[in-house]
Write a protein that binds this ligand. Structure first.
Ligand code: ZN
Length: 245
């Protein structure tokens, strides 16, 4: 459409000519929405020009759009994301995705309208595979958390969510250093479980539940010691009890 905006206004109604007919229900609904918005438009005698309403200066900037999209799309009200320096980046990113429930569990995939043959847990085939199920409630995580609690010589109630793990770590009376250590172990447990689950889904013969605990112990030893130069690399001490060392 060429000309000025007022050329397309006739009294209180708009005279708009579209290049093609509106197709489908969604298009028709959007056109209705546009008509509703146009009802509120009041024309003045000023020359036509572009306006920008997201900031006070009325000037467009990419930064303002970025901030606006963040405000609209990013979740609010969750605990701040902390970086555990004893963990590799991939585990910290994984932990962030767990906190936001952004892992592609079958439950989450279905909620994104992805067709799956089943939504059941690939391990037990009995419950819907949600984040809480494969990290805490299923038989494999249930047994692994129990074994880790014995190894660390700590009491862990039966977790049911990421938030409960986070609160448990924060509630430890240990000094900050040990708290970070226990936090690292907890997130390694979750990561090992996710790797196991992925292996089961994609038919990896190396995905075996018997080695999960050993993986937690060895990964935590290697990552913790490599990122902590003051710590004495004593494998035997680590094997006995990670919490008190
Ligand atoms: Zn299960």
């Amino acid at each position: 459409m060429e000309g000025v905006v007022s050329d397309h206004r006739n009294g209180q109604s708009w005279q708009l000519q579209w290049i093609r007919e509106v197709r489908g229900e969604a298009g028709a609904a959007q056109l209705d929405q546009l008509h509703d918005l146009q009802q509120e438009v009041v024309l003045r005698d000023n020359p036509d020009g572009w306006g920008w309403e997201l900031n006070d200066s009325s000037e467009f900037s990419v930064a303002v759009v970025r901030n606006h999209l963040d405000d609209v799309r990013l979740p609010v009200g969750i605990a701040p994301t902390l970086w555990n320096r004893f963990l590799p980046s991939k585990i910290n990113v994984f932990r962030w995705r767990v906190a936001l429930n952004r892992l592609p569990t079958r439950c989450n995939l279905v909620s994104k309208s992805i067709d799956l043959e089943t939504v059941l847990c690939p391990v037990c085939q009995m419950e819907v595979e949600s984040l809480a199920h494969f990290l805490f409630r299923c038989e494999v995580p249930f047994a692994l958390w129990g074994r880790v609690a014995l190894w660390c010589d700590v009491y862990m109630s039966v977790f049911d969510s990421f938030e409960e793990v986070r609160q448990w770590v924060e509630g430890q009376s240990a000094v900050n250093f040990r708290q970070l250590k226990m936090e690292a172990v907890c997130f390694i447990v979750m990561w090992v479980l996710w790797m196991f689950r992925t292996g089961i889904v994609f038919g990896d013969p190396k995905a075996k539940r018997d080695v999960l605990f050993d993986s937690v112990v060895s990964f935590s030893f290697n990552w913790f010691c490599n990122r902590n130069k003051k710590y004495d690399r004593d494998w035997n001490a680590w094997m006995v009890c990670s919490h008190r060392n």
